[in-house]
Every structure is written in C-alpha cells, then in structure tokens.
Design a protein around this ligand. Sequence first.
Ligand code: GLA
Length: 721
Amino acid sequence: MSDTPPAVSFDPARGLAVLATPRSRYALRIGADGSPRHLYWGAPEGFTELPAPHSPADSSFESEAAADELAPQSGARFGPAGLQVQFADGVRGAQWRFTGHTASGGELRIGLADRHYPLSATLCYRVHPGSDVIERWTELTHTGGPEDGPIGVDRLDSAAWTAPRLADPRLSHLVGGWNSEFQLRRDRLPVAETVLTSRRGITSHHAGPWLALDDGTATEEHGEVWSTALAWSGSWRITVHRDPVGRTTWTGGSGHEGLRRILRPGETLDTPVFAGLYSPAGFGAASRGWHDHIRARVLPEPDRDRPVLYNSWEATGFEVDQAAQCRLADLAAGLGAELFVLDDGWFGARTGDHAGLGDWTPRPAAFPHGLRPLADHVHGLGMAFGLWVEPEMVNRDSDLYRTHPDWVLHAPTRDATELRNQLMLDLGRPEVEAWVHNTLDGLVTDNAVDWLKWDANRPFTEAGRVGDPDPDRLWTDHTRAVYRIMDRLRADHPGLRIEACAGGGGRVDLGILARTDQAWTSDNTDPVDRIGIQHGFSQLFPAQTMAAWVTDSPNPATGRATPLRFRFHVAMAGALGLGGDLTRWSAEELTEAAELVARYQQIRPLIQRGHQHRLAGPGGVTAVHHAAHDGSEHAVLAWRPTTRFGHAGAPLPLPALDGDARYRDLDTGQEYSGAALRHHGLDLRLPAGDHASRLIRLTRVPRADGGATTPGAATAPGGCS
Ligand code: GLA
C-alpha cells in the first residue's frame, strides 16, 4: 500500500468511503438501512480497526447506532434531524436507498433516493491537496411530476459532523453583538441539544457559524480539535447534540426553525458548504489551517496587499462635504494611507440616519459637482478612492421608498419594524436585484470608485411574500442576490475591491469572504476591547481580512484614553486603517502616526500572509506572532492593557521559532538563540504603565554554510542563553 492514500476512495463491496487529508482521515459507510453513517474523523493513526456500523433498525442498543451523515427524520432516531421533509400526503421523513457514488478529483458524491417518494439527495464531500479542510454540502431534488405535489422542506442542513467519543467535550464558539463582536466562549457542553443560530437574515451578530470541539484539555499548541465553519451569510442554525451515551454530533446549515421551503417537481435545492477541519495540534494549528484554507480557496485575491485605508466615519459622521473630505484626504495621504473611504452621509437627503437611504446620488449641498472632484483629488494624492454604500436598505423618507414602497421586506398585514429608521429591500425580487446592481455599477463607473464598503445595518423582520406559494425562499434568495451582485461587480470592474460590513462585524463568514477582500470587524475601535474581539475573529479568519482602525482618544464608544502607539500596535495586527479626526491630531501625533504606518507597511506581508500564532504571556500580556511561511521573518505584537504592581513582565516564549536557528532583532541588532526564545522567551521590555505595547521584528540569521543560521556570536534575550 502506498503511504499516501487517494484523497477520496469508495469501496463498493463494503459501502465504505474514505477521505484522506495530510493530517486526518474521514470515513463513512452506507448503513444496512441505506443511510450513510459516520465511521471516523480524526488522526490517520487512529483509523485502523473499524467497527462495523449498526443502523438503528438492526441494533437493539441505541448507543450502538452510528451517527448519520445527515439524519433523515425516520427510524429510531431521536436526535436533531438535519433533513426534515413532508410529502404531499402528510408523511414526514426520508427512508433512503443508496443509488451510487462518484469519487474523483477530490470530490465524493453519495447518491440516495427515497424508497417510496420522489425525493433524491446527494451528499457531497470535497478535499483539496495539502489541506485538512473537508467541504460538505447537500443537494435535494424532487424527482416526481405534478401528480406528486410539492414537498415541504422544513430543514435542509449541509452536513452533520461527529466527533469521537470524548469524556467531557468542550464547545468553543463565538458570541457577541454590535460593538462586542467575536467574543470567544469555551463552554462545557451539556448533555443536551445546544443550538447556535442567527434568525436575523445576516450572519454574525449574536453568534457566528463556527465552532470547535475538544476534550476540554486542548490549548493553543496541543490537543485534538474538531472545528467547522458554514459558508453562508444569511440565517443559519447548528444544533450540537451531546447524547447521554457520550456521542457528540452537530448538524448545521442555512435557515432557522419555522421556515419552510417548497420543493416543486423537478426542482433542486442545494446548500451552502459546511466545512470541517481536524487538527491534532491545538487551537492555534486549527486556526492556521482555516487561515490557509481561506487564502487558498475562499478569498478572491489573497495575495494582494490590503491597503492602509483612511475612513472618515468617526471623524465627520454624517457631516460630510467636499472641502472637509479633501482636507482629511490630504492629511491621510501625508500619513501614508493608500485608500481614502468616504463613509455615510454623501447621498440623497442623508444628513442623519432618518432619511436618504436608497437615493444614491450625491447630496448637492455637500458635493455640488458630484463625487468626481473628490475622487480625482484622492487619486491625485496617490490613493485609491472608496465609497460607503448600504444597498440592501431604504429609509421611509427617501425617493426610493416613495416610488417603490412594495420593494421592502414586509407583510402588508403586519407593522414593519424599523431599525435605525430603515427597512430592508427584498433582493429576492429580480427587479430589486437588477436595480441594486445597476445603481452600484453606475456609481463605480461614474466616480472611478476603487473600493466599496458594503454595509447592512439591520436584520430582517416581518419578512413575507403574501400569496407566494414558496414565501420563505426570500431568506435564501436575498443572500444569493447579494452574492450575485458582488460577483458581477467584481467581474465587470476587475480593479474593484469590496469591504464587507454589517453594523460592524455583523456579516462575516466564508460566504461573504468569497467575494470581498476584508470585513469591518466591529464599530468598537477601543484597542483594549479590540484585543478580545480580534482574538475571537482570528479563530477562523486570517488577519488580512480583519479591518482594524486607529481612531481618536478617548475612544468614542468607551471613553477610554489610550496612547497612539498602543492603538496602532493593536490595529497593526490586522488590515490597518486610520479612522480618527486627523484635523485634531497634533503635529507630534501626525509624525508618530506616519512612522507607525511605515512600520506596518514593512511588516504587512507577514501580518497579511504569514502564519499567525496567538500568545498569552504572563502578567496580562497578550501577543500575536506572525511568521513568514519559510520561517525567515517574524513580527511580534505584544500588548499589556493594565499594569499590575509595577513589576517588569516575564519573558514571552515564542514556541513557533526554530530551536536550531538564531534570530536578529531588526531594530536593535541584538541576536538571540532560537532555543532560548522558544523556551525562555523574549524580554519584551514593555514601557511602564497601562496600555503598554511593542512591535518586535526578528529575522533568521543566515548560516555561514549557506543555511539559515550563523552559529555563535549571539546573546540571549534578557541575559538568557
Ligand atoms: C455602520 C458601520 C460604520 C459606519 C456606519 C455609517 O455602523 O459599521 O462603520 O459605516 O454604519 O452609518
């Protein structure tokens, strides 16, 4: 047998499918009842003796039943069903017959047909060379004719994932809301069904569609971790079921409870990808696996530098006009900004959040000659020009609403709830999708726009389509229309970049990142709060997608005062932006800011494309270490929000360094042994006081023999050797 098994194999005699990735194996088998059953997900070494799967039908002990790859709501199954259908005669649930498979090019497709009703399903799996991520999705087809009637689909998940039995599993997940996004929780998993969900029509305020499971002992560096992420930007639901006999299975996909799709004869529903990743080496390695996957398979342009942007929102709010924006652009260009983004307030009657949304023509009082003079000015300064839009929304007080009151998501018999004084357009209607696309296409073309900040500041409410035979399809149609518009704009304007935003980080997921370059992480730009927000964000998403601004002090959201350097050092861990009122920064602050922007531009390739290692040091210090893929260059950003007792901090170990190499601090010239930095640690020499921070840049010292390191001549950090 070869050491490297084929990525995807299927043994028809045993009905056994195996997916092989560099550090994992995944196996399933067609059960006696025709349903695909889970066999194994974990380390290759563990995949040796396979127990034969039992189906509930032939097992007298429920505990012996293998979990379903997608539970079909039939038989002796009493956990959450990922597929919930009702046929025209009122019968619920599917009973499968295996109809065949295809396995090629890293993709496995398992064909199933109901034994009685005109319903077929394909369970799909895909692996990619060099990656441990397994992508899964489901296709569901009504194979009958008009005489069979429609099939109601109350739940159609992308996949169910099952971890090996763990004595006391722990669930890591992300919670939060506006101003507090991406808070990482690690909770002991109860013996119960735990539902992670968004019923908002957009992804991630409240909870995010990512989770990780471990046995309660995993750390950043050690331990087995099973994690999954859903590539969908609308409502979603993941039900985690830890059953009383020790098994944990989670089933997830788009939609939330109470929504029903109607599957008509000949129609196919397909689901978003629900991807899984097994890591044998802790949460850090799991995150790096996701970051690599997102760069290799999700982001449209992973290798392109994310520009240092300036955004005017915190500086000017709704009070925008050409003169003030040009002044800010001049100052931003002087700091080294590469992109100037004009935020909300430039259009229609938009002098506050009560009016104008939907009327995407420049406000004459603010921009008497349109946006082109500002765009030209910005381009003349050598920067790209970006524009804020919120194309899915409308204020009642707008010409758009007055002309098309029927375009909003609403049910005429219900009061339409306004949030931030706005309503949501129903992009599932083709005429609304076409209008949004044409409007944006025109804006981009007419104003030489290089960058759209695409915002979405409210969720769905009272979403309905009276008289529509399939009214709930609007939930998925809306998200797919957003995707289509973004995809078309990118295709038609190859230089255009898009930043995802939804009232801060309310719509960040692998679906939106497939057509955007970065996401606005949170409206909370307080650097102390941002350390936690960024920690959560980094569990799944790479730093190049994490927009992070330096804003004013005291911070408008929290009132906390912090030094400029600290604000920079926190924001430099992502895609750096500037968002303060530069007209009020002192000459010294502007000089320091320009130096720090230049420092960021030096380390940008490492931050945006390197491997990230999250570090927690002693004394409340946290840090991130970004390493070049070949290990030659390193940047460490360390932060201590609060000092305690005035003690000098202990050194910060850098376990990702090569113990056999030597490293030089690019700023001090000091050389260190890699072994000492790994085990003893780097003396951070943080300044005294609260909000202390440092950036340390290390380069691997070339060896005299042409290798990476020169032996000898190095001193140890902080006196160690
Ligand atoms: C949202 C965004 C902000 C800003 C405002 C403008 O809150 O997250 O960055 O663009 O809208 O109204």
